[in-house]
Design a binder for this molecule. Structure first.
Ligand code: BV8
Length: 253
């Protein structure tokens, strides 16, 4: 299927970053709590995306939410792209060189795809590396050091706070991202769902749209998901093993 494909769209989720040591949101390979800094252990134990990753949670307790996101931000900066990320970057390079199209849609906010060398990346849920002023919307590039003041005052507007540039539950996805994703799905003939439980909307819609447009569909995931009954092929396993092997098998030099 990959050899014949002229236009590939890949959707990735937290699963592709779990081999880089970043925790997934549901099930899968959630890392043990032992390796967490003590003050984060409780936060992580009670962590539920829907209760911390919402505008209401930030409104209600900006200190707690900012701490949690800054801790995750540093985790992402210290994490390294894994063979799954690197194989997708190589696949894009080879397909583009062969005049074929490749679009990577990610629900992840860790920017590991970009650090692995992926170019055409659509961040459906924003990213945790940039933070923005809640008053002016202007971005702030943070360093590799932990933030020290919580909640974090914005340098752009007195009295305003900084927030991570992620899409929280109940927030709209960036319009440009949705447009780019819809356009890529319209014309793709092969869609991959990789490392995602396919339960978060509207990101989970793109697989169905691709299928409706007659694209073939392949899932690479450690366990069965909501996407498993929609795709043509289920490759059950770790993305870090499967993707390099798929690249090897499918793309002749
Ligand atoms: C919106 C950024 C319009 C923040 C995230 C009821 C029904 C349907 C929908 C809804 C509903 N109630 C509310 C909604 C809408 C809601 C939604 O979909 N909720 C779900 C949970 C039911 N969606 C929204 O709110 C979206 N906005 O709808 O706007 C609107 C406006 C106003 C009012 C209403 C609606 C916004 C969604 C974006 C939320 N932000 N992230 C942050 O990171 O903190 S979502 C978050 O979940 C991450 O982005 C994450 O990527 C994403 C999805 O999770 P997955 O990536 O799939 O990760 P998960 O852990 O679930 O799965 C990992 C998989 O990998 C597992 O299957 C595991 O087995 C596998 N795996 C593990 N290791 C490996 C592996 N596979 C391969 N190899 C491995 N090594």
């Amino acid at each position: 299927m990959l050899r014949e494909a002229r236009s590939v769209v890949v959707l990735t989720g937290a699963g592709i970053s779990s081999e880089s040591g970043l925790r997934t949101f549901r099930g899968g390979t959630a890392a043990s709590a032992q390796d967490l800094p003590a003050d984060m252990r409780a936060l992580w134990a009670e962590f539920d995306p829907q209760t911390l990753a919402t505008p209401e949670a930030f409104e209600d307790d900006p200190d707690r939410v900012s701490r949690w996101y800054d801790w995750r931000r540093l985790g992402c900066l210290h994490a390294q792209p894994n063979p799954g990320h690197l194989a997708l970057a190589e696949l894009e390079k080879r397909m583009t060189a062969a005049g074929r199209s490749f679009t990577l849609l990610t629900q992840n906010v860790d920017r590991l795809h970009q650090r692995a060398g992926s170019r055409n990346v659509v961040e459906l849920h924003g990213n945790i590396i940039e933070w923005r002023c809640t008053k002016t919307g202007r971005m702030v590039q943070l360093g590799a050091e932990p933030l020290t003041t919580f909640p974090t005052p914005s340098p752009h507007a007195a009295g305003a706070l900084l927030r991570p540039n992620v899409v929280w539950f109940g927030e709209m996805l960036p319009e440009a991202a949705v447009l780019a994703a819809s356009r890529a799905v319209q014309s793709c003939d092969l869609f991959f769902s990789i490392g995602t439980s396919a339960v978060v909307y509207p990101a989970a819609v793109f697989l169905h749209a691709a299928r409706q447009n007659g694209a073939g569909a392949i899932e690479i995931n450690a366990e069965a998901t909501a996407a498993s009954k929609v795709v043509d092929v289920c490759l059950r396993g770790r993305a870090g093993d499967m993707l390099p092997a798929l690249l090897q098998a499918a793309i002749r030099d």
